[in-house]
Design a protein around this ligand. Structure first.
Ligand code: PLP
Length: 398
């Protein structure tokens, strides 16, 4: 081959159909000066326990340095799985053996692997509509179809799920985010959770429960997880929102046949998660640091949610509706008849960013909403950003 011959690269059909996520694109604009971004799903860095991690890191390096810097087992550090099993029982009433757990490189890896092990390209799964954009990317990236079921203020609508199952009777799984859902902030009611379990068990459908925000509750009573009511549920947790997303550490509690398949899939993907992160997480959970950290995050986020809602009340036109989440990191803002995709260029000119609601719909056909993150911005920017959004709504009023 001559050195000058240009390579005519041919990518796979899947690679050619992939689109960059709306949020990744947005992060590029978010770095411009003066921009106030409610776009990303970032925890507030003020909450990161830097000194605790420094201390734990040092201790663990001295105690376990040779193992901590080595490859680890695919299912993760045994002692962390023991600690997680204990924590899940205490906090969520989830009964599990440490051997039911596999650690993952963030829940994002778990979502990707679950798509791969359950569905062939062209097959379908059911999710809430809207749903987490990373789940849409992970599943679409594997050629899996997503059928969305609309939500109301109590979570996925079970009447619509029953209707959907008539048309799509064999979904490979039903994926839900019952607590402080990303993107809406909505929590699924206990009645809906029970009905969902009933519908799924009648038909032998696997449920995947993704619970990254469950421990970040600022108000209202705890609602039992699906997994605590049914051992067949595949449960996803992560350290990203309660410790640090930089550690890239999540976990799955799964029935043994599912865990076995995840283990094989993970060997091909990344062999194992970060041993370094696993040792730190183990010391963090077992040393009682988590119990100190979570209330701090809750206090910080509650105050920011209250400020954002107060600012909506002060600066939004009266026909703009919004959710009032009892926890988590996101709010969902809707204006009937609006088109938040079309408003976006003006939003950039007004120097305020949101994520367009359409990004969270598997078929992208809903344009009246936007997702706002209330945890990342300073208090000053929350007020100023909402003022700018209020102006944007006035400028783009129907
Ligand atoms: C619902 C949901 N699932 C999974 C993830 C992925 O989290 P991570 O990979 O950082 O654990 C996120 C992150 O925002 C999320 O909101």
């Amino acid at each position: 081959m001559s050195v000058n011959t240009p390579i005519r690269r041919q990518f796979s059909t899947l690679a050619n159909s992939m689109k960059p996520s709306a949020i990744r694109l947005l992060l590029k604009v978010a770095n411009q000066p003066d921009i106030i971004s409610f776009g990303g799903g970032l925890p507030n860095p003020e909450s990161f326990p830097i000194e605790d991690i420094r201390k734990i890191f040092d201790e663990q390096l001295s105690k376990n340095g040779k193992k901590m810097l080595q490859y680890g087992a695919t299912e993760g550090l045994d002692s962390l799985n023991v600690a997680l099993s204990k924590m899940l029982l205490e906090k969520e009433g989830i009964k599990s053996e440490p051997t039911d757990i596999i650690q993952t490189t963030g829940s994002q890896e778990a979502l990707y692997m679950l798509g791969k092990i359950f569905a062939n390209p062209g097959e379908y799964v059911i999710t809430e509509a809207p749903t987490y954009v990373g789940t849409i990317s992970a599943l679409h990236g594997s050629g899996i179809k997503i059928v969305g079921v609309e939500m109301d203020h109590y979570g996925m609508r079970m009447d619509l799920l029953r209707e959907t199952l008539k048309k799509y009777p064999n979904p490979k799984f039903i994926y839900v985010i019952p607590n402080f859902q990303n993107p809406t902030g909505i929590t699924m009611s206990l009645e809906r959770r029970k009905e969902l379990l009933e519908i799924a068990s009648e038909r032998g459908i696997t449920i995947i429960e993704d619970n990254p925000y469950g421990s970040l509750r600022f108000a209202g009573a705890h609602v039992p997880t699906l997994r605590s009511m049914d051992r067949d549920v595949v449960y996803l947790g992560t350290f990203s929102k309660v410790l640090s997303p930089g550690m890239r550490l999540g976990y799955v509690v799964a029935p043994s046949d599912v865990k076995e398949k995840l283990n094989i899939a993970k060997q091909a993907l990344d062999l194992a998660s970060s041993t370094l992160s696993e040792y730190i997480a183990e010391a963090y959970v077992s040393g009682g640091y988590m119990d100190k950290q979570v209330p701090k995050i809750i206090e910080l986020y509650k105050q920011k949610r209250d400020l954002m809602i107060e600012s909506f009340e002060n600066y939004f036109p009266k026909d703009v509706e919004f959710t009032r989440p009892n926890g988590g990191m996101f709010l969902w803002v809707t204006r009937k008849g609006a088109n938040t995709d079309k408003m976006f260029d003006e939003a950039v000119r007004q120097k305020v960013l949101y994520v367009v609601g359409s990004a969270f719909y598997p078929d992208e056909d809903n344009h009246e909403s936007m997702r706002l993150n209330f945890t990342y911005s300073t208090n000053e920017n929350i007020v100023e950003g909402v003022k700018r959004l209020g102006k944007l709504f006035e400028l783009t009023s129907k």
